[in-house]
Design a protein around this ligand. Structure first.
Ligand code: GLC
Length: 743
């Protein structure tokens, strides 16, 4: 409906032209416009400023020195600045307005780590589409999303924004978000350009401390950190953002190999590259540039097209050209890349946002419905002793904990435009949806996640008298994850664990619901609850989703997108690790049973700890259901495959319980011998399979042998002949392998 309204307006204004300009038309229009531009106008396109006041923005727009603005979301002000650019500047080049729309704009979806836990690209695409509908209604046509940083360290606050530890899952999420934001017609006024970030390797920050150095060697870079970005480029992502980190001493904003050789030459990326916030200027702090002028030189020569907020281009490129330190050709190419995206977005035909759309788009019913579905599919059932869940026969329910009624924190990190007034908390949802049949008794127990005050725990304990069950909502406030919010200790903070212990002591069935921005070390808390649902900040509709999961109207299907640690000292811990020469594959003797003065070589000798199991508390891909599933008759169609073959795997999957449910079936492979040691398992395919109670389905997975390829030590992508193993299972630690060979 909306697109026709705008189309009609443009037709009336006689401004009509083809929305989806054909490719060669775009290129000719780019060249025609570039030929008219002065150096100042070219550099203006390469300059992105963060919105402060309208006057300087209008002035910059009128002078043609404003390529893009971030952090302005008021349609009327956007149109004012846009009119200055389009109707008053010499060439009328539209400004591109941008925003961090990371997991929703007004309707907030689960944080991306939660969306990844759904293993559901369809719901992720739908969420991105709705975020774009809401953001473009404000005039935003470029989002700094998807964030694709592979993360193996939950101390890093930004694990919240990505899709976890696995390149295959991250790649599928990347493609889904690019499709959702951009659609297949970028000129659609509800489409917004995606931005793949942070290019690249930012998630490997040493110590899990944000912005810290990374040391990712070339084969690991190509086999783990780069693939999701390549998938997003192949899906048509229009922009990329350089990351803050230096990898092996080279800041990404000055990394010519990444920006020119890999992104452009190898992958054929033809959008534009923007720096992260002042990351050009930060190359001075890194000790990689003399000053901002030098930073501008390095960034442009490395392949950066647009400078976010440093002003390194707009202030210094004329001098750098005059001094022969940068080439006019590189300036022209940067401007080509930027203009190309602007033409593709249809900004020249349709530069203004129709004002008044926001009321209809924001929090639209269908948006809230998908946000609830996404939240339901993102909550992981980690434990369910004695099948306490779903709650049955409960007439009096105690609801407690600091996250039971925390509308702001429930939305999670990177929420600029969502409003907590629209958040439906678990307490509100339980009262509203189940309060007729169930008496809901609320006692906070602990007022805030960081509060050490235990004085309210007694009231929560007392409230359990006569109650049938207790649900304790614990976790993290939104600001404990996200940018610059890393933690060295990822246990539940404050008095939350004490609250759970006190509730456990009542003998009542205790359900813990965790809402957090990362996999926390909740091992000791598992002992103090019968069941645990784990939700990565579930967003606006988290309450209704969790209420339906608690009472069984919805059934958990989510799987862990990151390994859960027993102790933070295990970090980094991830499933797709190498075997090492001394794997620990037998029970080890822990400290508790070590004799005193035992001799030096009597224990271990393998890659383990003396004080804790070396395995994760919960492996990647793990998640329980209210039913159980049985995998059987797993068969390969051959024992030996050629390089061009497709491996066909058949198996039966049965819902062996009495509740309809969904299982995320996963296919893993292992290359037993390689020219570089290969991981013990790698996810190669997954699918959500709906099964009614007792139902069995015969499933076929197909895997081209080509997808067994990896980058060898010469950085050549190869499939090496040899023996392989293959698993079909419900997580990365289950199942028995089948063997096959590639010749
Ligand atoms: C921030 C973040 C980046 C974000 C940008 C614009 O520092 O690193 O993810 O898109 O600045 O807000």
């Amino acid at each position: 409906m909306r697109i026709f309204k705008i189309f009609a307006a443009i037709l009336a204004a006689g401004l009509v032209s083809s929305f989806a300009a054909p490719k060669d038309d775009v290129e000719s229009r780019v060249e025609e416009l570039l030929a008219k531009m002065t150096l100042e106008e070219k550099i203006g396109q390469m300059n992105q400023l963060s919105y402060s006041r309208v006057e300087p923005m209008m002035a910059a727009a009128k002078s043609g020195s404003l390529g893009s603005v971030l952090n302005l979301v008021d349609p009327a002000t956007i149109n004012r600045i846009q009119r200055a650019a389009v109707e008053e500047s010499r060439l009328g080049i539209p400004v591109l307005f941008s925003r961090d729309v990371i997991h929703g704009f007004k309707t907030i979806f689960p944080i991306p780590l939660g969306m990844a836990a759904s293993f559901d690209p369809e719901v992720v695409e739908a969420g991105a589409r709705m975020a774009a509908e809401e953001a473009t209604a404000s005039g935003i046509r470029w989002t700094f999303s998807p964030m694709l940083d592979i993360a193996r360290d939950p101390r890093w606050g930004r694990v919240a924004e990505g899709s976890g530890e696995d390149p295959y899952l991250d790649s599928r999420m990347a493609e889904a978000m690019v499709r959702g934001y951009q659609t297949d017609n970028l000129a659609d006024p509800t489409a917004m350009a995606a931005c793949i970030k942070h290019f690249v390797g930012y998630g490997a920050a040493e110590g899990g401390r944000d912005y810290n150095s990374t040391n990712i060697p070339p084969t690991l870079m190509h086999n783990v950190y780069l693939p999701p970005f390549e998938a997003a480029v192949k899906a048509g992502a229009q922009t990329a953002m350089t990351s803050f980190n230096d990898n092996d001493g080279i800041p990404s904003t000055g990394n010519r190999y990444l920006l020119r050789d890999v992104l452009r030459e190898d992958w054929g990326f033809d959008g534009f590259v923007v720096t992260d916030w002042n990351s050009a200027g930060e190359m001075v702090v890194h000790g990689f540039a003399e000053d901002n002028k030098d930073a501008g030189r390095i960034a442009l020569n490395a392949g950066v097209d647009m400078d976010m907020t440093t002003r390194a281009f707009v202030d210094y490129i004329p001098e750098l050209i005059a001094e022969g330190k940068v080439k006019m050709e590189d300036v022209d190419n940067a401007v080509r890349n930027i203009l190309r995206v602007k033409f593709r977005l249809g900004l020249f035909e349709n530069p203004y946002v129709e004002e008044g759309l926001t009321e209809k788009e924001f929090y639209a019913e269908d948006h809230l419905a998908v946000a609830k579905k996404a939240a339901e599919e993102s909550v992981i059932l980690l434990q369910n002793n004695n099948n306490v869940l779903p709650l049955k026969g409960v007439k009096r329910l105690v609801v407690t904990g600091p996250m039971a009624d925390a509308p702001y924190d429930q939305m999670g990190t990177w929420v600029f435009d969502g409003n907590e007034r629209h958040t439906v908390t678990p307490l509100a949802a339980l009262r509203d949806m189940y309060g007729k049949d169930v008496e809901i008794i609320y006692e906070p127990g602990v007022k805030y996640v960081r509060s050490d005050d235990t004085s309210d725990i007694a009231a929560a304990v007392n409230a359990t008298k006569g109650a049938d069950a207790v649900v304790a909502f614990v976790g993290e406030e939104a600001r404990l994850s996200g940018e610059a919010h890393s933690l060295a200790d990822i246990d539940l903070l404050g008095a939350q664990s004490e609250l759970l212990a006190a509730l456990k002591a009542t003998g009542k069935p205790v359900v813990a619901v965790v809402m957090a921005g990362r996999p926390m070390t909740i091992g000791k808390d598992l002992a103090n609850c019968d069941a645990m649902l784990y939700s990565f900040h579930p967003g606006t509709m988290g309450g209704p989703a969790i209420a339906d999961l608690l009472f069984g109207k919805a059934v958990p299907s989510a799987k862990t997108p990151m390994s859960f640690l027993r102790l933070v000292g295990q970090v980094p811990l991830y499933y797709n690790h190498n075997m090492t020469g001394r794997p620990t594959n037998r029970p080890i003797r822990l400290l508790a049973d070590l004799p005193v003065e035992q001799n030096q070589t009597s224990v271990g000798g393998t890659s383990n700890y003396l004080d804790v199991e070396h395995t994760p508390l919960f492996p990647f891909g793990f998640g329980l259901s209210y039913t159980t599933f049985e995998y059987s008759n797993i068969k390969l169609d051959k024992e030996v495959y050629g390089m061009n073959d497709v491996i066909r795997v058949e198996f039966d999957l049965k819902n062996t319980g009495d509740i309809d449910a969904t299982e995320v079936a996963q296919l893993y492979t292992r290359d037993l011998v390689g020219s570089v040691a290969r991981p013990v398992r790698e996810l190669k395919k997954f699918d959500r399979i709906d099964l009614k109670a007792g139902e069995s389905k015969h499933i076929i997975f197909e895997l081209p042998v080509a997808e067994l390829a990896f980058y060898n030590s010469e950085l050549v992508k190869v499939v090496e002949p040899g023996k392989f193993q293959l698993w079909v299972a419900g997580d990365s630690d289950s199942g028995s392998p089948l063997s096959f060979e590639v010749k």
